[in-house]
Design a binder for this molecule. Structure first.
Ligand SMILES: [Fe+2]
Length: 210
C-alpha cells in the first residue's frame, strides 16, 4: 500500500509540475489533510444484543482464567478507536462470557470483568474459550464499551473457529441469527506447544462520538 508520505510527495511533485490545477500553496495541505483523515477513518463496531446475563460492577481484573480452569486458554486483546482513527484512552470495556461448558456465573463474577484501557486505548484479558449454551448458536463474549464523549457500545465477539461455521464463517455466520455482521467474527490464532495450547484473538473497538 502506498504510504501517506509517498502520496504527499507524489502530490507535491504533481503540483510542482503543474499537473494539479488547484492553487496548490493554499489548497494542497487542505486536500492532503482531508485525504489522510479519510484514510484513517474507521467504521463503527457493529452493535449486538446486550443479552440477559449482564451484571454491573464486575471486578477490575484482566485475569478471568485462573490456574486449573478447564477449557482452551484464550487471550483477547484490542484497542479502542474513534471513527476518525484516533485512539480513545482510558475507555471502559466490560466483558462477560460463559465458562468452557456454556454456563454463566449468575451469582458471582467468574468470567466477568471491567477493564480500563491504557493511555493508548489498549486492553487485554486472559480467559478460556466460551462454551455453547442452549439459547445461543455460537460461542461469544459480550462487550459493553464506554468512554467520555462517545456513545456506549454493546456488542459481541465471535470466533472464526466456532464449529458452527464449519471452517467458513464468510458463508455460515448467519447460522446464528443474532450475528448481524460478519465483522464481529474474528480469526483465532493458535500458539503455544502441544501441551499448552493458547488461543488468541484481536478485537478492536470503534466508538462513535456523541
Ligand atoms: Fe451470551
Amino acid at each position: 500500500m502506498t504510504s501517506a508520505l509517498s502520496r504527499r510527495e507524489i502530490l507535491a511533485k504533481c503540483a510542482a509540475l503543474g499537473s494539479l490545477t488547484v492553487a496548490a500553496s493554499i489548497l494542497l495541505p487542505t486536500v492532503l489533510s482531508a485525504w489522510e483523515e479519510k484514510e484513517k477513518s474507521r467504521i463503527p463496531t457493529p452493535w449486538n444484543e446486550l443479552g440477559p446475563f449482564y451484571k454491573r460492577r464486575a471486578p477490575r481484573t484482566s485475569t478471568l482464567r485462573v490456574s486449573g480452569d478447564p477449557g482452551l486458554p484464550l487471550t483477547v486483546s484490542g484497542q479502542v478507536f474513534d471513527t476518525r482513527g484516533q485512539r480513545v484512552p482510558n475507555a471502559t470495556v466490560e466483558v462477560w462470557q460463559t465458562d468452557h461448558l456454556g454456563h454463566y456465573d449468575i451469582n458471582g463474577y467468574r468470567y466477568r470483568s471491567t477493564l480500563i484501557c491504557d493511555d493508548s486505548g489498549k486492553y487485554a484479558f486472559d480467559s478460556v474459550m466460551p462454551g455453547h449454551y442452549p439459547q445461543r448458536v455460537c460461542q461469544h463474549i459480550h462487550y459493553l464499551a464506554s468512554a467520555e464523549g462517545h456513545k456506549p457500545l454493546t456488542t459481541q465477539l465471535y470466533f472464526a473457529t466456532d464449529p458452527v461455521f464449519e471452517g467458513d464463517p464468510d458463508k455460515n455466520f448467519r447460522r446464528d441469527p443474532l450475528i448481524g455482521s460478519r465483522d464481529l467474527v474474528r480469526p483465532v490464532s493458535i500458539g503455544g506447544d502441544p501441551k499448552s495450547i493458547l488461543a488468541s484473538v484481536a478485537f478492536e473497538i470503534v466508538l462513535e462520538r456523541l
